[in-house]
Design a protein around this ligand. Structure first.
Ligand code: GTP
Ligand code: MG
Length: 187
């Protein structure tokens, strides 16, 4: 079912990704505008008021932690979210490989046969640790998975591209670039 994005009253952003990639740190860095040295496994759900978001829409940000949540709850959160940010760590190749081997297929499965549109943003965290870019690998993923709306490299530690990341997530919901997502069946 395609919705009229102009009428959307809020945006619900879910962060997923392998343990340790920095999901909780990203959320807390955004909220406090400084890097938290000690982070809990999971941040409380936060609501950002419309007037401080770039698109003027109230925005809920939801963390995920596999130590605190079951697969069933994760599935429910994926269904409830308007956009999913898959976070990987730019210095951890396994976390990048798991985008295609685990997270994108899991999101497709969670959405099920409704084939509702569920935009995805790929977020490479910890750019403060490296001097190369992972964007080439990520662009390849974007060719194969049309639900991926955008990608960004950032650092919760230096706050580089943190507000941009959440802006891209909002934008993926409010101004999607690709048409209604139809899952391709492959034999
Ligand atoms: P789980 O809750 O276990 O799934 O992990 P998470 O994805 O929430 O990661 P978390 O925010 O707990 O961060 C894991 C570790 O990475 C912590 O030691 C953070 O301090 C560190 N970390 C997070 N973001 C950055 C970053 O941008 N740069 C650097 N250098 N370290 C980071
Ligand atoms: Mg966490």
């Amino acid at each position: 079912v395609q919705y009229n994005s102009a009428q959307r009253k809020n945006v619900r952003i879910l962060l997923v990704g392998d343990p340790g990639v920095g999901k909780t740190s990203l959320i807390l860095s955004l909220v406090s505008e400084e890097f938290p040295e000690d982070v809990p496994p999971k941040a409380e759900e936060i609501t950002i008021p419309a007037n401080v978001t770039p698109e003027q829409v109230p925005t809920n940000i939801v963390d995920y932690s596999n130590t605190e949540q079951t697969d069933e709850i994760l599935n429910e959160e994926i269904v409830k979210a308007h956009v999913v940010c898959i976070v990987y760590s730019v210095e951890d190749e396994d976390s990048l490989d798991r985008i295609t081997s685990h997270w994108l297929p899991l999101i497709r499965t969670a959405i099920g046969e409704d084939q509702q549109r569920k935009p995805v943003v790929l977020v490479g965290n910890k750019v403060d640790l490296i001097e190369y870019s992972t964007i080439d690998s990520v662009l390849t993923i974007m060719e194969d998975f049309p639900e991926v709306e955008s990608c960004v490299e950032c650092s919760a530690k230096t706050l580089h591209n943190i507000s941009e990341m959440f802006y891209y997530a909002q934008k993926a919901v409010l101004h999607p670039t690709s048409p209604l997502y139809i899952m391709e069946e492959q034999d």
